[in-house]
Design a protein around this ligand. Structure first.
Ligand code: GLA
Length: 362
């Protein structure tokens, strides 16, 4: 028996920047998908789970699509998606896996989907002696989610889950598909990472995620044409000055999405500087501003989530907080000076996590 530990991730600043090619900040945390597995010589994947019903059974030699196999659709699609993106690299008679998967926290907002995909990819690669570089893992997880799960996600989740390092913040350059660990400055005060779950978990496929991404690209095309530019792949290719000059010509939803992008890009850049200086309080203020932009400009956040973040903002022991992830449900991530004081009387479930290393097979 072997075990894959595939962490969840938080994104303290840099929401909805990745799909536009922009910079974002991630951190792998000590809440994980844990996949216990053994090789299966019959080329079959058989998996059960603590968190999901039924058994997933996939014949690797017959698999052609995410929908054609036995198993409850909700979670078997992710297993099939991981197998499909790896298909070209598998040997002629691939080795399957038998195993059990569980998540150590409720996933919503912590990217449990990229976490499970990377767990399945890592186990399949392991039993088939396929060596995957960190870049391969990120690329395969991204393709699995985009091509087979159908969400136009960016690189944030897999990059944070693969590239995370204990004690560091990960600065991710989405356009270049590169990431770099940023150590916290020496003078930083002690802080803890608090996750407050709203109890509302939503699969991104059932949200406005793809529509919002589409509005960003529409804003990008219009700004590009208004400014007489061409060859622009995403909002990140435009200077702030283009938005300042032409932004008010955009329809309201597109103007808001673009405003979120350009202000968030500035917060990420400033956040990296503050982190290096150990200025956790300044970094926390940027998290609060980032969340406000998610509410006003991205128009994300359920009433429960907005209320929970407001409650956190008012507590003196909270440096900063924001929606974790896409912001359509899920949880809040907060940096706090005193965990017990903040956790007391918060509605819903509260967890304490630490930064962690990226996905690994033990
Ligand atoms: C989800 C997506 C990421 C990213 C975030 C928002 O987690 O999977 O690619 O876009 O939302 O920053």
């Amino acid at each position: 028996m072997r075990v894959v530990i595939s962490p969840y991730r938080i994104c303290p600043i840099g929401a909805h920047s990745d799909h536009q090619g922009g910079p974002t900040l991630g951190m792998a945390v000590s809440a994980h998908t844990v996949l216990t597995f053994a090789p299966d010589a019959t080329s079959t994947i058989r998996l059960t789970s603590d968190n999901f019903p039924g058994e997933v059974i996939i014949d690797l030699e017959r698999l052609t699509s995410v929908d054609e196999h036995a198993g409850p659709a909700d979670w078997s699609r992710y297993v099939a998606a991981a197998a499909l993106v790896l298909r070209d690299r598998l040997p002629e008679s691939p080795v399957g896996i038998r195993g059990h998967v569980r998540g150590t926290l409720p996933g919503g907002g912590l990217s449990s989907s990229a976490s499970v995909l990377l767990a399945y990819l890592s186990a399949l690669a392991d039993v088939n002696d396929i060596v995957l570089s960190p870049e391969d893992k990120v690329d395969l997880a991204l393709r699995a989610e985009r091509e087979f799960v159908g969400i136009k996600v960016g690189i944030l989740d897999p990059a944070a889950i693969v590239g995370g390092r204990r004690g560091q913040l990960l600065s991710i350059d989405s356009r270049a598909a590169r990431w770099e660990g940023i150590p916290l400055g020496d003078n930083a005060p002690e802080f803890h990472i608090l996750i407050a779950a709203s109890g509302v978990t939503r699969n991104l496929a059932g949200t406005d995620y793809n529509r919002r991404v589409g509005e960003c690209f529409a804003a990008c095309r219009k700004l590009t044409s208004l400014a007489g530019l061409d060859d622009i792949a995403g909002l990140h290719d435009l200077d702030d000055a283009v938005f300042e000059q032409w932004g008010d010509r955009l329809p309201t939803p597109e103007r808001r999405r673009a405003r979120h992008f350009f202000t968030e890009r500035a917060r990420v850049r400033r956040g990296i500087e503050l982190w290096k200086q150990g200025d956790v309080a300044g970094f926390g203020e940027l998290m609060n501003a980032s969340c406000q932009s998610s509410i006003d400009n991205w128009e994300a956040g359920s009433p429960e989530l907005i209320e929970l973040q407001r409650t956190l903002t008012e507590k003196p022991e909270v440096y900063g907080s924001r929606f974790s992830g896409a912001g359509f449900g899920g949880c809040i991530v907060a940096l706090v000076s005193d965990f017990a004081a903040v956790a007391k009387n918060l509605p819903g479930r509260v967890f304490r996590v630490e930064s962690d290393d990226g996905v690994r097979v033990l």
